[in-house]
Design a protein around this ligand. Structure first.
Ligand SMILES: Cc1cc2nc3c(=O)[nH]c(=O)nc-3n(C[C@H](O)[C@H](O)[C@H](O)COP(=O)(O)OP(=O)(O)OC[C@H]3O[C@@H](n4cnc5c(N)ncnc54)[C@H](O)[C@@H]3O)c2cc1C
Ligand SMILES: NC(=O)c1ccc[n+]([C@@H]2O[C@H](COP(=O)([O-])OP(=O)(O)OC[C@H]3O[C@@H](n4cnc5c(N)ncnc54)[C@H](O)[C@@H]3O)[C@@H](O)[C@H]2O)c1
Length: 467
């Protein structure tokens, strides 16, 4: 039984909760961190880490195939890929993360936490009890999969339906896999499992995958998925599903598709269903809306904060951790009695959430984007060009890639940059620095890309703009 009063109680020990707790502890506060499953959260065991471990070998093999003169037998050893993935996820053992929490001077608490009143958290489970927070409760409970309303889905036996957790942890390669949803999870997992040997069908409601990106991105990823053997079903959408002979029959407008597993990857929603938010006037199931300091917008008394997926702001690990650093620092500063001025771009405001969220989709080709994805106003211009420079040609034969920069034509700064192509992920931070730093194009002209690198496309983009 855990009872006690801490300066701060953080609910949810994923990457975001760990960072919020760490910053508050570094600020001199006593902190309890409550986790009901595994310290390290979704990202470490069921999301970012295992998915990237599954993708990398296939992307590497595809790159090798495109390079004349490199010997290979064209095979992926699925068992070895799974073994490497399981090393990254420590076979689901969170003791290393638990020890890190302790080592950071944070009190780890195992159990399910609920807010039961102002500055009060009740924990059920191994370390059950009531925790009181002198200064703040920070909610970092992440998100859970959204289930679409699809006739027959509720009645399908669980073994036939995959969530992203199954898609990232399975050590069996299904013969036939249907993937519902062409977002980041759907595209990444479709490609990974096709490369691991499944016959994969990607069912899309629109004409191309990754609908939130420029069309040239979705088209390039569709081509890459096709090259990996994924069968795309654009403008389709599943009408119903049912079990037939231990398989799933997916009803499509042009007939039934029979598969061994159905991966539902139709988005995520904030994990606030059983958090007790009704006790403080919030609606369970809704995101915890916050201002740029992380303070909950609809709760009085300046004590409830949130960061990460649960806020619905920028549901990515790195961006959630950024918001967590801000919230942890704000709580520590306010606890010291300091007045926090959340001016944009100070350490007390997660300003980048509005202007400069970077994301990579680790398909082949990769997608890397930050900030605005297209021109939206009269003084904005899209500058779009193929990535066709000395560096890219040497990197891969006939390198197919494209970029778009969105330029503020009055300030002559960048509002956003999108790349698609092999290995563009590592180009992204240069774009993020340019967007966040509002670097004038005239000054970017002097940031000379080394020859021969893919970054030479920066120079071509400036020339295309007119410099
Ligand atoms: C398949 C997949 C791949 C992804 N790949 C990437 C990627 O490559 N890069 C990227 O940036 N993002 C990726 N994401 C998104 C990323 O996983 C999330 O943005 C990130 O995990 C959010 O961190 P978080 O700490 O807010 O939430 P989570 O990681 O979900 O952690 C929340 C924690 O809170 C705990 N918790 C919840 N409720 C309670 C409660 N009441 N009491 C106690 N504990 C509780 C949970 O058990 C969990 O440990 C991916 C997502 C998926 C599904
Ligand atoms: N590399 C990365 O950064 C990475 C990788 C995976 C996931 N993530 C994050 O995890 C979260 C969840 O990813 P996700 O791909 O599940 O969500 P998403 O919202 O990115 O994509 C879901 C897709 O499913 C489609 N969809 C919705 N209902 C459908 C239906 N009934 N039938 C067919 N399609 C349908 C939507 O149009 C959308 O394209 C996102 O926030 C994502 O950014 C990030």
């Amino acid at each position: 039984m855990t009872q006690g009063t801490y300066d701060v109680v953080v609910i949810g020990g994923g990457p975001v909760g760990e960072n919020a707790a760490d910053r508050a502890a570094r600020g001199g506060l006593s902190v309890a961190l409550v986790e009901h499953e595994r310290f390290g959260g979704e990202c470490s065991y069921w999301a970012c880490i295992p998915s990237k471990a599954l993708l990398r070998p296939g992307n590497l093999l595809a790159a090798i195939r495109r390079m004349p003169g490199v010997q290979h037998d064209g095979r992926i050893d699925a068992a070895a890929v799974f073994a490497r993935r399981d090393e990254f996820t420590h076979g689901g053992d969170d003791s290393g993360q638990f020890d890190w929490v302790r080592g950071a001077g944070i009190e780890p608490v195992r159990g399910h936490a609920r807010v039961t009143g102002e500055r009060e958290v009740t924990v059920e489970g191994r370390d059950g009890g009531v925790l009181h927070a002198r200064h703040a409760v920070i909610v970092c409970t992440g998100s859970v999969p959204k289930t679409p309303s699809l006739p027959g889905l509720d009645g399908l036996p669980g073994r036939l339906v995959w969530t992203s957790r199954d898609a990232t942890t399975s050590s069996e390669v299904p013969g036939r896999l249907a993937v519902l949803g062409g977002g980041a999870v759907g595209t990444e997992m479709a490609q990974a499992w096709a490369r691991l040997g499944s016959e994969v069908h990607l069912i899309l409601t629109g004409p191309r995958p990754l609908p939130g990106y420029p069309d040239f991105v979705g088209d390039a990823v569709a081509e890459g998925l096709g090259a990996a053997g994924v069968r795309l079903h654009p403008d389709t959408g599943a009408e119903s599903v049912s079990e037939v002979d231990d398989s799933v029959s997916v009803g499509l407008p042009d007939g039934a598709l029979e598969v061994d597993r159905l991966l539902v990857a139709t988005g995520r929603r904030p994990a606030t269903d059983t958090l007790g938010l009704e006790t403080v006037g919030l609606e369970p199931g809704d995101p915890v809306r916050v201002d740029d300091t992380g303070l909950a917008s609809d709760v009085d008394g300046q004590w409830l904060y949130a960061a990460g997926d649960v806020t619905g702001r920028a549901p990515l690990t790195h961006q959630g951790k950024y918001a967590a650093r801000v919230a942890g620092d704000v709580v520590a500063a306010r606890a010291r009695g300091e007045t926090v001025d959340p001016e944009p771009w100070t350490r007390y405001a997660s300003t980048a959430d509005h202007h400069a969220v970077p994301q990579v989709v680790f398909t082949d080709p990769e997608v890397a984007a930050v900030g605005q994805r297209e021109a939206e106003g009269p003084h904005q211009r899209d500058v779009e060009l193929d990535i066709a420079v000395g560096g890219s040609a040497l990197h891969a034969d006939g390198y197919p890639g494209r970029m778009r920069a969105v330029v503020d034509t009055r300030e002559e700064t960048l509002l956003g940059v999108t790349f698609v192509g092999q290995d563009v992920a590592e180009l992204l931070h240069s774009a993020t620095v340019a967007v966040v730093g509002q670097v004038p194009l005239g000054r970017l002209w002097h940031a000379v890309p080394a020859f021969p690198t893919i970054s030479e496309v920066w120079l071509r983009m400036l020339e295309e703009y007119g410099l």
